[in-house]
Design a protein around this ligand. Structure first.
Ligand SMILES: Nc1ncnc2c1ncn2[C@@H]1O[C@H](COP(=O)(O)OP(=O)(O)OP(=O)(O)O)[C@@H](O)[C@H]1O
Ligand SMILES: [Mg+2]
Length: 480
């Protein structure tokens, strides 16, 4: 960067973490930039955390540090860029002392001829307006306002225009909006924040991503200037409060399990007492096998402690894998599975359970199976009971079911379920890929409803039996 330029703006601690991920933090100490830590840097969470300021400064510093480079600063709508509080106005406060504004082109030019341009892509197709453009630094503000298609298309415009530059994309955003799910899947779900993860963005194409969480308390400048802002957020409805104040990604409109909280429902793996009962819950479909190992504590608390989630068509292969993944000393009482497995295959004449039993026999193992109670609405209700938060012995907020943090698919899929359009008490079966884990757990919890619902169910069953004058159902446990 040219010596005579002084930049008054200084990053606050979390903003510095973000700029470090972009490789730009050393510039504030008068040093050369470093390589960005990832190809795409997501910076997100609470409203007012300092994201827009950071994106603007990242663009300016990058343009100064790399003469001739190009940065594109995007919002979905042009009106979101201009006007009071918009990024253009803020950029004038931040850049005027060292860069030139060209209002007609909505561009800043920096000493060394770097260019930062304000852009927008309102409709889905508007991204094609950028077909012939290239940005060394692609900056998307309020990234979840963009559709996944727009985001991925704009990524194709993110490439080096000058030798020696490693292009990157940086995005700032709050949770919510049309892009909530793609952002969550690509930046929150892959794992720990502030660590680089290789994310499969297309089949067999991986890209390095990093997520820097933003909280309102990160922005002390704003908190000092406007202490009432926090109070306003605190007084907003539950979902908005969680999204905008806490930067919580698991709450969104239409969510089937709004009670899901990563901090309450997941736990770091720990050693489970050997005497706790264990069982497995299995959802088998032509496109995917999802199996969970569940331990039951003395007080009836469920711990989902292992996950098998694999696209596999062969049932024998799935059975073999389940057996292999089960420890030698692990005693599994039963495997509860969807009733479909008891249907005979028209070609082979064999039921799925028989195929699994055969495979288990080959491997010298038992495979006791239990046909799941497949009442969907009732199953989800019991599932919800298990998720209901309550105060534990140490006053901590907990729930009757907790999932080991290693069960990645399940942790991502439970909060992603939405309501079925035709029956709000049922979960939607689309997108299909996210239903396998939750369905398996539904079978699992129905095999051991919490005490309250057991009583209710018993009563209901008795009433039903009386009505139908049917014989009591025989137990559906099959010991293999
Ligand atoms: N490092 C800084 N130095 C001085 N002021 C800052 C700094 N960072 C942020 N601010 C001030 O805090 C205000 C809010 O920050 P900013 O707009 O970047 O937050 P945000 O996370 O983008 O908020 P939103 O979620 O509402 O878009 C800014 O307008 C600016 O005035
Ligand atoms: Mg902002």
């Amino acid at each position: 960067m040219a010596k005579e330029i002084t930049i008054k703006w200084r990053p606050q601690p979390r903003q510095e973490t973000f700029l470090k991920a972009c490789g730009l933090a050393p510039v504030f100490e008068g040093k050369r930039p470093e390589e960005p830590e990832a190809k795409v840097i997501g910076y997100g969470g609470a409203a007012g955390g300092g994201k827009t300021d950071s994106l603007l400064m990242a663009g300016a510093i990058a343009c100064l540090a790399f003469p001739g480079s190009n940065a594109g600063f995007f919002r979905r709508k042009y009106t979101q860029l201009e006007g009071p509080g918009g990024a253009i106005m803020r950029s004038k406060e931040l850049f005027s002392s060292f860069a030139d504004w060209h209002g007609t082109n909505r561009r800043w030019t920096f000493p060394g001829d770097g260019v930062l341009e304000f852009c927008h892509a309102d409709s889905e197709d508007d991204v094609y307006n950028y077909q012939s453009q290239q940005f060394d630094f692609l900056l998307l503000d309020e990234a979840t306002h963009f559709t996944k298609f727009q985001y991925r298309y704009l990524m194709t415009r993110n490439r080096a225009t000058v030798d020696g530059i490693t292009p990157f994309c940086a995005m700032g955003t709050n949770p919510g909006n049309v892009g909530h799910m793609w952002f969550k899947r690509q930046f929150i779900d892959p794992g720990e924040p502030e660590e680089v993860h290789m994310v499969e963005v297309e089949p067999n194409r991986f890209e390095s991503h990093i997520f820097i969480p933003a909280k309102l308390e990160d922005n002390q400048k704003l908190e000092e200037r406007d202490p009432g802002y926090r109070e306003t957020l605190e007084a907003s409805p539950e979902k908005e409060r969680r999204q905008l104040l806490e930067g919580d990604w698991s709450a969104f409109e239409g969510q089937f399990f709004p009670e899901w909280r990563r901090d309450i429902h997941t736990v770091e793996p720990f050693e489970l007492p050997g005497y706790w009962q264990r069982f497995r819950a299995l959802d088998y479909g032509l496109d995917c096998t999802a199996c969970y190992w569940i331990a039951v504590s003395g007080s009836g608390q469920l711990y989902v402690y292992r996950e098998l989630w694999q696209p596999d068509r062969r049932l024998s292969g799935a059975a073999a894998k389940i057996i292999e993944m089960t420890g030698p000393g692990e005693s599994i009482s039963y495997t509860v599975a969807g009733p479909d497995l008891w249907n005979r295959n028209q070609d082979t004449g064999m039921a799925g359970v028989e195929v699994m039993r055969k495979q288990a026999r080959k491997m010298g193992k038992d495979f006791p199976m239990r046909k799941a109670d497949n009442r969907r609405v009732e199953g989800w209700r019991v599932f919800r009971e298990y998720l209901a938060p309550y105060r534990g012995e140490q006053e901590e907020v907990t729930a009757q079911m907790q999932i080991f943090s290693t069960c990645r698919h399940l942790i991502s899929d439970i909060p992603a379920l939405t309501h079925d359009d035709n029956n709000p008490d049922d979960a939607a079966s689309e997108p299909h890929s996210i239903t396998h884990g939750p369905e398996a757990i539904r079978y699992g919890v129905m095999s051991r409803p919490p005490n309250k619902s057991e009583d209710e169910e018993e009563k209901q069953e008795r009433r039903q039996r009386r009505r139908k004058r049917a014989k009591p159902k025989v137990s559906s446990v099959t010991g293999y």
